[in-house]
Design a protein around this ligand. Structure first.
Ligand code: GDP
Ligand code: MG
Length: 598
């Protein structure tokens, strides 16, 4: 195919600004989407994604487009995941493009995620076309938002089209801008074969499906390929494009986007960001920017019933097949028995995995408090990586603890600057910049411990800014910090699953707050329950639950029998999620209480 007739682009936007809706409208306008497909947003296929309204899996669609002058073009729309937890995947999808549509909701304006994505696009040398969306809404202010794009991002927005992705208004103009303003791919048909892997997933029939963008050379079914980082060779058994469903093709050349299958058994066979070449004439310069994704946040997952351990293990194995960033290994907890230490990209990633386990695999789980990874040097000079609070050595054996820091960027209207600064200071943040960028919008930059934004930061930020703040973060480095372990004792016995690592200054406050939260979430039992928070041997907080004979039906006054039965069933249901520690029954919510302490 003539590269001059190819345009590879992606759509970037803050969540809910209309990325998926615009993608659908483009597919519809070019005749790719039939009425039958319309009822669900094509690019958000997973059930879970639809409910959450975010796109987790990147997709690529080939769109044949006839320009008004009669010229035929091939547009490849590459969809990107929409959340900070997935920014490496976003950056690799962008790397496969020459340009991006920047969709900004004209009733809102530029948000943190907008800017974060624009930076990723500019890092990848993309040409960015601003699009002002939701023009059909009376509250749309396209002029103000265009001005804001110029001031905050520094992009020329004078030619920005005002569209309604919902009604289709002016979307045809966006297609024209794509062919006029985005450069065609460069690339040589004769150079050694080189392609970028920008997504891969596991399919139970085909094995690993690889989405790739060819830089140089061409590829046919039956060709032998080599994965650059692993030097492993495979034979291409299937070659195709999505348009919008999978279609086989004979050959793909420079600048083209497609998928292949090659009897690959696991995602590690085709890591995102890696380069594909050919063994007979391999390239010696891989596509730059390859990183192995690695989990940043760890939590324990335990079956509610010990007998369900094997079922849980099977479910985790299945999930891992399709999620290279998710890791797990067996661990045992004194309190919870046999379970798994699992690694995630961030908190949203934990929620997604947890929900999938419960929904798709009907697993009943107890999730322990998530923890970042600490670097610890002990008094023997050994360097340890600690991802589980209960594994932190005793204070006298610790020489140095280092914790991960992130660069945090919060976008907020002027009125809330004070509230955001107060919150960041409370969370041990180091202020880096306050930028009054544009009309009533401030960008606040902090360097802040990752652990501090993990628990209740998002909730607090939302409530202290009436929901107006948006944020983005990336891990930058590790710094020395005075971290200690806070333990929880139930009736005198430490419960390892409740231990957390906290900064020494915050420990007493966290201890009191946690003890109180646990008191509230552990139901009263037939004997007294004493909850203590301790640092080493020192008790910093103590709460007690008086004994109580639990009878949930008492308040029915013996009246309505069906209601009584319902209550009993509810109580039974609740029991399933209880774990016994010694004599004490602890519900799943108690483990989550750790998250909300602070
Ligand atoms: P995404 O998160 O960027 O993919 O956003 P979506 O495409 O899922 O859109 C978020 C919400 O905004 C949905 O409820 C859409 O129906 C709505 N929406 C998107 N575009 C428009 C538009 O042009 N006008 C109006 N009124 N609503 C829109
Ligand atoms: Mg979407």
């Amino acid at each position: 195919m003539d590269t001059a007739k190819i345009r590879n682009f992606s759509i970037i936007a803050h969540i809910d600004h209309g990325k998926s809706t615009l993608a659908d409208r483009i597919l519809e306008l070019t005749g790719l989407l039939t009425d039958r497909d319309k009822k669900e947003q094509y690019l958000d296929r997973m059930e879970l994604e639809q409910e959450r309204g975010i796109t987790i899996k990147a997709q690529a669609v080939r769109i044949p487009y006839t320009a008004p002058d009669g010229q035929e073009y091939t547009l490849n729309l590459i969809d990107t995941p929409g959340h900070v937890d997935f920014s490496y995947e976003v950056s690799r999808s962008l790397a496969a493009c020459e340009g991006a549509l920047l969709v900004v909701d004209a009733t809102q304006g530029v948000e943190a995620q907008t800017l974060a994505n624009v930076y990723l696009a500019l890092d990848n040398d993309l040409e960015v076309i601003p699009v002002l969306n939701k023009a059909d809404l009376p509250s749309a202010e396209p002029e103000r938002v265009a001005e804001e794009i110029e001031e905050v991002i520094g992009l020329d927005a004078s030619g920005a089209v005002t569209v309604s992705a919902k009604t289709g208004l002016n979307v045809d103009q966006v297609l024209q801008q794509i062919v006029e303003q985005l450069p065609p791919p460069k690339g040589s048909a004769d150079a050694p074969f080189k392609a970028l892997i920008f997504d891969s997933w596991y399919d139970s029939y085909q094995g690993v499906v690889v989405l790739f963008r060819i830089i140089d050379g061409s590829l046919k079914k039956g060709d032998r390929i080599r994965i650059f980082s692993t030097k492993r060779d495979f034979e291409v058994t299937k070659l195709g494009v999505f348009s919008p469903g999978p279609k086989d093709v004979k050959e793909l050349g420079p600048g083209e986007v497609g998928f292949l299958c090659a009897s690959m058994k696991e995602l590690g066979d085709a890591p995102v960001g890696d380069t594909i070449t050919k063994p007979e004439n391999p390239t010696d310069t891989p596509y730059p920017g390859f990183q192995k994704v690695k989990p940043m946040v760890f939590a324990g997952l335990y079956p509610v019933e010990p007998a369900e351990y094997e079922t849980l293990k099977a479910a985790l194995e299945k999930l891992q097949l399709n999620d290279a960033a998710f890791t797990f290994e067996p661990e045992t907890s004194q309190a919870l028995g046999f379970g798994f230490r699992c690694g995630f990209l961030g908190l949203l990633h934990i929620e997604i995995i947890q929900e999938r386990l419960e929904r798709e695999f009907e697993a009943r789980l107890i999730t322990t408090a998530p923890s970042v990874v600490y670097q610890v040097r002990n008094t023997d000079g050994e360097e340890l990586l600690i991802d589980n609070p209960s594994k932190l050595p005793d204070p006298q054996e610790i020489e140095v603890v280092r914790e991960p820091y992130v660069r945090l960027e919060v976008h907020v209207p002027n009125d809330f600057v004070g509230a955001v600064l107060a919150l960041c200071e409370e969370k041990r943040g180091i202020q880096k910049n306050i930028n009054y960028a544009g009309i009533n919008r401030v960008i606040i930059t902090y360097e802040i411990p990752f652990a501090e934004i993990m628990y209740d930061f998002f909730d607090k930020l939302k409530s202290s800014t009436k929901g107006y703040a948006s944020l983005d973060y990336e891990v930058i480095d590790y710094r020395e910090a005075d971290m200690i372990k806070l333990d929880i004792l139930i009736n005198g016995d430490p419960v390892d699953a409740f231990s957390i690592i906290v900064h020494r200054e915050n420990a007493p406050r966290m201890g009191r707050s946690l003890a109180l939260k646990l008191k509230r979430s552990i139901p009263r039992q037939m004997f007294e329950v004493v909850i203590q928070a301790a640092i080493g041997r020192k008790i910093v907080a103590k709460e007690r639950n008086a004994p109580f004979r639990k009878d949930v039906t008492a308040k029915c006054y013996g009246g309505d029998i069906t209601r009584k039965r319902k209550l009993l069933e509810k109580q039974k249901e609740g029991k399933k999620r209880m774990r016994r520690m010694g004599n004490v029954e602890i519900p799943q919510e108690a483990f989550l209480a750790v998250l909300k302490a602070g």
